[in-house]
Design a protein around this ligand. Structure first.
Ligand code: HEM
Length: 483
């Protein structure tokens, strides 16, 4: 028998206009009353507080809700016309990721990213246009094409760390970001140096850092705050840095159009050769949106993942010891593919992405046709949030889920609906293999050449970075010695 989520619902509540983020606190459930010490109605300020709580403490908020309402739960949307449903059980996630595109769509739910990525990047596309872009973009991030970037990853890591000496203390995230940005720029644009490359590198870092702060996240979630009050206002600064990056990208596209070079193998070259079903090439705006999407998706996430991995390795001596013992079993100049096959290194990367997944949920899926998910009947317009974080913290799948334990990945295999750091279905990350490959090579290079120690005495907490979850910027390491 179908259970209608409505029956378990907490009622729809109209929220203040400015609270346009896709999360809000349900109001009328008995559970909520209990959690509010019997308060029959949640006052408006409390609802606002919950909205801010999701912004500032996203993981704690979804965890608190799932503890209160159960593993699959619904919250009302700001417009009170649609509702948002969080799912985290393997059964529900399987139903979501195997649904047909005419039943669930993802592009619409990503509109929050349009200010950053534009309308035409793969993340916002739907239907056939989306499928076409995926088929075009998948090959360069897999197989031999992906492996051909191995030496480059190692060389960039060596170059970024060449100035280190014993006593050097560094903030980890910016260093990891510098590595992953250079790698993705090379893959996407095929450039490694030159004035435009340098300007693009700096411009992208600046632009994305604007969304990395909490003020930046508020700009994403609260469109009403997007006011250009000059170059010093938060939105004004973002708009100007986006313009600088766009100018550089359009200049690169124009150069390429003027001087076509068929020997190029980078992704821009691939995109410029592509034709749609009517034989039309992509316009400059479409190219810009696709490039910025790949540059954004392809380096922020990997940088955060690498930062977390270094944190766990530095914070947990037993993990470090096992890892170093494994690295010692292969030659320092081993082929990238040999490094990528190391089991414990692989398990450390997997566990890093389990415990604090960089994306706390997959892209939202909007119900287009009535659908049943795990026994719940969902109406068109309902927005589904496949919760990666909650799925990765299910006690019955991952005993002691708060404990960093790479061995769990050596002991058993997890289904794609139990372990999903890269999402799933027809939206599954196209860069998953590339990201893992890059992570392992960077970690190998760093651990083999440097002895690093924690500077922080307190544990590093996860914090929001735009739409992702990253280690706090306070995380620092010190170089004890070169090996
Ligand atoms: C550790 C690093 C990374 C993580 C954790 C990550 C995670 C994700 C997640 C969760 C999604 C959404 C999937 C869904 O909704 O089901 C996604 C989509 C995507 N990712 Fe990644 N990603 C990473 C690295 C990369 C890299 C290196 C690239 C480079 C190309 C990339 C490109 C994309 C693209 C283009 C999409 C959209 C796919 C689509 O809409 O069809 N990601 N990623």
């Amino acid at each position: 028998m179908l259970v209608r989520l409505w029956e378990l619902d907490y009622g729809q509540q109209r929220l203040p206009h400015f609270l346009t983020m896709t999360d809000s606190i349900p109001e009328k459930s008995a559970t909520v009353k209990r959690s509010l010490n019997g308060s029959p109605k949640m006052p408006r300020w409390k609802r606002q507080l919950w909205g801010f709580r999701f912004l500032f403490r996203p993981l704690e908020t979804v965890e608190a809700r799932s503890q209160t309402y159960g593993e699959n739960y619904r919250v009302s949307q700001p417009d009170a016309k649609t509702s948002l449903v969080y799912f985290s059980t393997p059964k529900a996630l399987e139903a979501i990721f195997t649904a047909k595109p005419e039943q669930l769509s993802a592009g619409r739910g990503n509109q929050i990213l349009e200010v950053l990525l534009g309308k035409y990047g793969i993340v916002l596309l739907e239907g056939e246009a989306h499928q076409r872009q995926r088929q075009l973009l998948m090959p360069p991030f897999h197989g031999d094409r992906m492996r051909s970037y191995g030496k480059l990853v190692q060389a960039i890591t060596a170059q970024v760390t060449q100035g280190w000496k014993p006593g050097t203390t560094f903030q980890v995230r910016p260093v990891m970001q510098s590595i992953s940005l250079q790698v993705i720029l090379q893959a996407v644009l095929g450039v490694e140096n030159g004035t435009r490359y340098e300007a693009l590198r700096q411009g992208l870092t600046q632009m994305l850092d604007r969304f990395g702060s909490l003020i930046g996240a508020m700009l994403l979630f609260y469109p009403v705050l997007r006011k250009d009050w000059g170059a010093w206002s938060p939105w004004g600064r973002f708009v100007r840095s986006r313009q600088r990056v766009d100018d550089l990208i359009y200049a690169e596209i124009a150069d390429r159009r003027r001087h076509p070079d068929t020997s190029r193998t980078d992704i821009l070259a691939l995109l410029m050769e592509a034709r749609d079903e009517n034989g039309q090439p992509l316009s400059d705006v479409e190219l810009r949106d696709e490039l910025i999407t790949l540059l954004f998706a392809g380096h922020e996430t990997t940088a955060s993942a690498l930062t977390w991995a270094l944190y766990w390795i530095a914070a947990l001596p037993e993990v470090r010891t096992k890892l170093l013992a494994e690295l010692a079993t292969i030659d320092a100049h081993a082929e990238p593919t040999t490094i990528a096959r190391l089991p414990y290194l692989t398990a450390v990367c997997q566990e890093t992405l389990r415990i604090y997944p960089i994306a706390m949920s997959s892209f939202p899926r909007t119900v287009k046709q009535p659908i049943e998910i795990a026994g719940y009947a969902l109406e068109p317009g309902t927005v589904i949030m496949p919760s990666i974080y909650l799925a990765h913290h299910r006690e019955e799948v991952y005993p002691n889920p708060k404990q960093f334990n790479p061995e769990r990945f050596l002991e058993r295999q997890f289904s794609p609906y139990e372990y999903l750091p890269f999402g799933g279905g027809d939206r599954r990350c196209i860069g998953s293999a590339f990201a893992l490959f890059e992570m392992k090579l960077v970690l190998f290079e760093l651990l083999l050449n440097w002895e690093l120690t924690l500077v922080n005495t307190k544990p590093i907490r996860p914090r929001r970075r735009g739409i992702t979850i990253a280690p706090s910027d306070h995380f620092k390491l010190r170089v004890v010695n070169s090996r």
